[in-house]
Design a protein around this ligand. Sequence first.
Ligand code: IPM
Ligand code: MN
Length: 367
Amino acid sequence: MPTLKFAVLAGDYIGPEVMTEALRVLEHVAKQEGLTLAYTRADVGGAGIDNHGKALPDSTLKICSESDAILFGSVGGPKWEKLPPKEQPERAALLPLRKHFTLFANIRPGLLYRELADASPLKSERIPDGIDIVCIRELTGGLYFGLPKETTTLPDGDIQAVDTMVYRKSEIERITVTAIAAARSRKKKLCSVDKANVLETSVLWRKTVSEYVAKHAPDIELSHMYADNAAMQLARNPNQFDVFVTENMFGDILSDEMAVICGSLGMLSSASLGAGKNSLGLPFGLFEPAGGTAPDIAGKGIANPCAQILSVALMLRFSFGLEKTATRIEAAVKKAVTSGVRTGDIAFGKPSVGTKAMADAIIANLG
Ligand code: IPM
Ligand code: MN
């Protein structure tokens, strides 16, 4: 019987609420399919600060290291906003986790069911079939981690801050490999997004992606687009993309744009895959909803658990190789939502259900 060994880092505010439901869905599937769950919960983010004095406690890092994957909720909120920026939950938990496990490949599906087209700020006639695209974001390089990264006082008394955008060819190649695999599993269309008309790193990016695809993936139809144009094209006609791949900062911005045109953050999941393999020989990864901790609705039992449940599906697919089970969960979520069972964020004024009832409907669809 396969054993799924993973760390559960639920985090703050709605994080634990949606995590409870996601685990309930997973327990159900595990029972049906004879999978053994061996997960360990650990504090992260604000919970880490409150209980251990640190957003990413050493004990949490240890539990993650001993696991095959991390199921992540969300971190941060008003309670910790007064802390210095470097100690805040988002920056002090997520970024070190990404770096520690070299989670360089961030896969963010931009999915909007046709039936939910009203949730998108785009006119429905632009997205008659909904939206189905994928953003592949490089996650451990570029401006986020490049050195120097500092603020200094200059001899003339002025103050200067510097972030460094740096990429190695090898870093671009490995994210290209992820992007090719994603494109191959879909329409074999890949758009690489950069700013090669201005940035040195982008010139290397474009050259590296072009050469790598030409040599190793001639079956992929590759195109290139400047990041500013990509922002515009996403809003004009998102489905012209199928898979797009880009560096860390552009990916941060474009994936938020993608999220908003896909309607509710409560529906979007993401996978961050590592360079390392887990004990099963599959990519170690961190799986999390795209949305945040939503302090305004925390404790009310109304948060949408779908993104967390879909993150479970991604974990099963990528870190445990359980493609069929992942697809089954995704289909159950789709069936629940498109048949009209909806939390408030996607109900458009119609009657809505709470977090638990949403998960119940998904479980019912799993048979
Ligand atoms: C994201 C978030 C993070 C990022 C923040 C919380 C550090 O916005 O995952 O997109 O900028 O990468
Ligand atoms: Mn972001």
